[in-house]
Design a protein around this ligand. Structure first.
Ligand SMILES: *[C@@H]1O[C@H](CO)[C@@H](O)[C@H](O)[C@H]1NC(C)=O
Ligand SMILES: *[C@@H]1O[C@H](CO)[C@@H](O)[C@H](O)[C@H]1NC(C)=O
Ligand SMILES: *[C@@H]1O[C@H](CO)[C@@H](O)[C@H](O)[C@H]1NC(C)=O
Ligand SMILES: *[C@@H]1O[C@H](CO)[C@@H](O)[C@H](O)[C@H]1NC(C)=O
Ligand SMILES: *[C@@H]1O[C@H](CO)[C@@H](O)[C@H](O)[C@H]1NC(C)=O
Length: 374
């Protein structure tokens, strides 16, 4: 009897020692829009926000179009690389019941092109139609379970499924509070608001976005998330798709003002959340400052074209999406924009390096490298 208890006790001790010294694999979960999508929308047959056809992916291994809105990798991939992975974890929608059991399971990417903080953002194809030719003409208009995008609310529900399954498989040990949550969202909400000529005042609209952001973050916190790497909205008024609405070819200042205000509001929100919930850690990348800095002074970064898209057609190569018949530039590393909305692989890499190692002018209160270690 005494012997038996000893055996049990040492087993318990062993388990305790193993857990304590287990570095607790740091899983990566990515949520957001097309800036972080690595192929989610390929699984939505009626979605028009797709990039799973050439010339997308031309600089990806084997020139494969993966669904990334890029000539190669995107920022989610480069951030994952800096954390020692090959690239972003795969789309959640590509996982099966076996994926989570694999030893090399490293996280999931829920990001879906076209989505926003508001559930209605991206639900209709209206926004896409307004800014260019639809990428794919769906046979049936998206409705009900025929999705155009996976909203952030649904992305968080998908994470809840992953967490539940992982807890069942690994006894909870692998879904620790060490996991990193990268979130890049907000551009589509701002674009939708700006172009709808809404009568809602700007301040009121931004408040509604922040309330939505707060609720999303609280849902993630309730599910055990503690470390957030958040990317605010870039100066979207300078996207080729927006410049073509300005007769001078300059940026749409109204949109840029919205993006700037979005960052300030997000900064205040995170300060408030972290005072209410002391154990959360976060880093906010100021995508506005990072990008405007490059647009105003491109040469040190090897960019010679920061206005036109590399892949597209018409004015600034921004009157069409990057479809197989589009015009393609050859010096892609010298372009800031891949298509009418999205950065090139070179620009995404620069963004990720800045997020990972940047100083307080670009990422606060700590950078993503410090966040990973925190
Ligand atoms: C999660 O578990 C459910 C029920 O066992 C299963 O049907 C589903 O495929 C699992 N999902 C993932 C991503 O593992
Ligand atoms: C918004 O206003 C602009 C300029 O007045 C106009 O060209 C555009 O069609 C309007 N958009 C909507 C959605 O009403
Ligand atoms: C268009 O660009 C110019 C700079 O070239 C800028 O001064 C102006 O405010 C822009 N117009 C709009 C509507 O944003
Ligand atoms: C995670 O949990 C451990 C143990 O409960 C705690 O010591 C640590 O500070 C937590 N980390 C974060 C980022 O909250
Ligand atoms: C700069 O651009 C040139 C193409 O013009 C490319 O060959 C080179 O690799 C780029 N340099 C860096 C550091 O990215």
């Amino acid at each position: 009897m005494a012997n038996k208890s000893w055996v049990v006790l040492s087993l318990v001790l062993c388990v305790a020692v193993v857990s304590a010294s287990d570095p607790g694999l740091q899983l990566i979960f990515v949520l957001g829009d097309s800036t972080a999508d690595v192929g989610t929308n390929n699984f939505l047959p009626t979605s028009m926000a797709r990039a799973d056809f050439p010339h997308n992916g031309i600089d990806f291994p084997c020139s494969k179009p993966t669904g990334r809105f890029s000539n190669g990798l995107n920022s989610a991939d480069f951030l994952a690389q800096m954390l020692g992975r090959e690239r972003s974890p795969p789309p959640f929608l590509s996982l099966n019941a076996m994926s989570l059991r694999k030893k090399r399971f490293s996280g999931a990417n829920f990001a879906s092109g076209g989505s926003g903080l508001l559930d209605k953002t991206g639900k209709t194809s209206l926004t896409l139609m307004k800014f260019g030719t639809p990428v794919k003409t769906p046979v049936v208009a998206p409705s009900g379970n025929q999705k155009n995008v996976v909203s952030l609310t649904e992305q968080i529900q998908q994470f809840a499924t992953v967490k539940k399954n992982l807890t069942a498989i690994k006894g909870g040990r692998r879904v620790t509070n060490k996991s990193l949550f990268f979130i890049s969202i907000g551009s589509n909400d701002l674009l939708g608001y700006y172009h709808s000529n809404s009568s809602i005042p700007k301040e009121e609209f931004l408040s509604s976005l922040m309330l939505a952001y707060e609720n999303h973050l609280k849902s993630l916190i309730d599910l055990g998330a503690r470390k957030f790497g958040i990317i605010s909205v870039a100066p979207i008024g300078c996207c080729p798709s927006q410049r073509i609405h300005n007769t001078t070819g300059g940026c749409l200042e109204g949109l840029n003002e919205l993006a700037k205000a979005f960052h300030a509001r997000l900064d205040a929100l995170m300060l408030k959340l972290s005072s209410e919930c002391k154990d959360i850690k976060y880093a906010i990348g100021n995508a506005f400052e990072m990008t405007i800095n490059v647009i105003q002074n491109p040469l040190p970064f090897n960019f010679t074209q920061v206005e036109a898209a590399c892949c597209g057609a018409g004015k600034l190569n921004a009157q069409s999406f990057c479809i197989p018949s589009a015009k393609l530039c050859s010096n892609r590393d010298n372009y800031l924009f891949w298509d009418l909305f999205h950065p090139t692989q070179a620009a995404s890499k620069l963004a990720a390096v800045t997020l990972y190692t940047g100083g307080a002018e670009f990422v606060t209160p700590i950078n993503f490298a410090q966040l990973a270690k925190a």
